[in-house]
Design a protein. Structure first.
Length: 115
């Protein structure tokens, strides 16, 4: 059974940093595009960042220059380093892994940015 398990969320002050992790029990993980999405209260779920099997990264406009996505194929894990956090970054952050015919989501981890 495929599982994506996020960790690393929590409460942080504005300007602070967090690193999210997503451990994926996906066969041939290295072939998947992995991404982070977020959904704030009353908002739609939006792409935060993605990284392809070849290492190409893509970021949402609101996080460019502050967030960084990376992957460790040996550990079947994708990371999201979040710096200079703002209150508007508050959301549930979801991990996603997708390939040609498969699409998997994690359960999400809450990130709250507040003083």
């Amino acid at each position: 059974q495929v599982q994506l398990v996020e960790s690393g969320g929590g409460l942080v002050q504005p300007g602070g940093s967090l690193r999210l992790s997503c451990a994926a029990s996906i066969s041939r993980f290295s072939l998947y595009t992995m991404g982070w999405y977020r959904q704030g209260p009353g908002k739609q779920r939006d792409l935060v960042a993605s990284i392809t099997s070849g290492g190409t990264r893509n970021y949402g406009d609101s996080v460019k220059g502050r967030f960084s996505i990376s992957r460790d194929n040996a550990k079947n894990t994708v990371y999201l380093q979040m710096n200079s956090l703002k209150p508007e970054d508050t959301a549930v952050y979801y991990c996603r892994g997708w390939g040609f015919i498969s699409d998997y989501w994690g359960q999400g981890t809450q990130v709250t940015v507040s003083s």
